[in-house]
Ligand binder design. Structure first.
Ligand code: FES
Length: 72
């Protein structure tokens, strides 16, 4: 540690992708990634990452990331 406010995290991945899976009703004013095809994105990305053996990429399902109307 360098100071009381800094800390080091273990380097697990070179990159870490978070995919929002929130599913709101279709009429919800914020929209949602689940309603816009997040599962399809998840399936394609996870298969591509696995097929290419990209073990340095973390891939994690996430809650709302704040991009609701433009996701996934
Ligand atoms: S619902 Fe996916 S970013 Fe908000």
């Amino acid at each position: 540690m360098n100071s009381e406010t800094e800390f080091e995290l273990p380097q697990l991945y070179r990159h870490h992708v978070f995919v929002c899976h929130v599913q709101r009703p279709p009429t919800h004013p914020h929209g949602s990634c689940g309603a816009a095809g997040a599962q399809v994105l998840w399936d394609r990305m996870s298969k591509a990452i696995e097929a290419q053996g990209l073990t340095d990429i973390g891939f994690t399902a996430a809650g709302c990331l704040g991009f609701c109307n433009v996701g996934p």
